[in-house]
Design a protein around this ligand. Sequence first.
Ligand SMILES: Cc1cc2nc3c(=O)[nH]c(=O)nc-3n(C[C@H](O)[C@H](O)[C@H](O)COP(=O)(O)OP(=O)(O)OC[C@H]3O[C@@H](n4cnc5c(N)ncnc54)[C@H](O)[C@@H]3O)c2cc1C
Length: 478
Amino acid sequence: MGPFETKEACEQWKEEYNLPFDVIPDEEGTLFKELSNGWVPYSILVGPDSKVILWESEFNEAGFSAAIEKLYEEPEAPGEVAPAVKAAPRPGGRPWGANIVILGGGAGGLVAAYHLRQKLPKGHRITILDRQPNHLFQSSLLWRAVGLRRADQIQRPLSDLVRKGVEFINEPAVQIDTARKQVRTPSQEIDYDFLIIALGAELAPQEVLGFDEMALNLYDLEGAARIHAALNDFSGGKVGVLVTDMPFKCPAAPYEAALLVDSFLRKKGVRERSEVHIYSPEHQPMPIAGPVMGEAITKVLSKRGIQYHPLFTFEWISPGDQMITPSSGEPQHVDLLLAVPPHRAPEVVKYSGLIGSSGWIHVDPHTLATEHEGVYAIGDVNNIRLANGKNLPMAGVFAHAEAKVAAERIVTEIEGGKPEASYNGKGYCWLELGGGKAGFASGNFYADPEPAVRMYPPTRPAHWGKIAFEKWWLRHWF
Ligand SMILES: Cc1cc2nc3c(=O)[nH]c(=O)nc-3n(C[C@H](O)[C@H](O)[C@H](O)COP(=O)(O)OP(=O)(O)OC[C@H]3O[C@@H](n4cnc5c(N)ncnc54)[C@H](O)[C@@H]3O)c2cc1C
């Protein structure tokens, strides 16, 4: 058990769950430091052969029980595996063309569709399915929250892709049947020869009681608009940026949000009457990028008078008295709460049996292939374990690079070649600091034993680079 547990708690836990093995505390935090992803709580189950068999950012009783049962199962004798049923061509589809279906028109889905269409003749059908009518460039939600963008400036209709030869179905995917190679929506069944799952991470604010009454969602369009309105009305007090759970997409975003709020309040002339706080379960900002990066961001926060509360393991909020409470430590009062809601794998992948023990889809880190024939999973919905045992963060830059690899491999397969495209783990990001400046970091996340990430000092050109990237993104794919 974790570094904060006592021997007595371990005994109680063993009794409560009727466990047939000993439960011992990790008193020195040795395992925590070695294996944790930089946040607590963290459940890791190690089997008798010393292999990690379950890895979760929280204690999920059902997942834990299933993993323990599996641990005691007899290994299965190898048997006959039923061959996958080949899908018939879709109605109206051409018998010689492949049906490639992409679930999700976010960062990964968009890039995959573009590259497939560029490389495949028209006889091959490429379809994006998304429950939303528009593609949203999520990075710009932070600018939306401080009034630097309107909603229409950061979205594009996915139906515009039809001009590029990509079909668009504006419906939710409700089932993925990998045996029959079929995706179901409320109104139709769609056969595929190749499937790219790019459904992202689902936001689950409903899992936090009182979220709607007290918190403004930093991670969606409506929440960003509400934050802007609230900041406009704000005349001083305590603003809190809260990370409710791990993992969350874009490890830099809550820190950028706090810095942008700081700038907004300075411009408005109310910064001296205000406090800006950031509460996160991480032990440092962006733990995956290493201690140097963490220290650099902590210094920037402190220079701007932003109070950082690491290891704040959020438990509940009380809208009545505007308090946020951690599992250990003092409850905090805030006047205005901007929050990152819990993230979960989309329901459709959960109920289609595609989820691994991490709670996300497991893929080969280089090919992005799942264990199902012709099925790739890219972006936030997948789980990639790095050399240091931590997970590749959820970020658009990775969804982008992975999409190119999955598309390239599908093209080669269709052409009858041997797919060789491989993802190398390289990524970069801008860190928006407000006041027209941004930092920039880039590196190789697949480096062994630790990701090798370098941060460049904040400059104005880096901020312009971030704006230029936004403009390019919203034009290039449509
Ligand atoms: C505030 C904020 C700032 C960010 N800043 C950065 C940044 O600076 N740099 C960076 O690299 N990343 C950033 N990110 C993260 C980045 O946006 C995501 O990691 C990226 O969009 C993931 O791409 P994806 O294709 O996996 O999923 P998404 O882009 O989330 O797309 C998933 C799509 O699937 C659709 N969908 C979901 N479920 C269903 C269903 N059942 N049926 C049909 N459609 C469905 C959704 O509508 C959505 O369009 C930021 C994110 C946020 C919220």
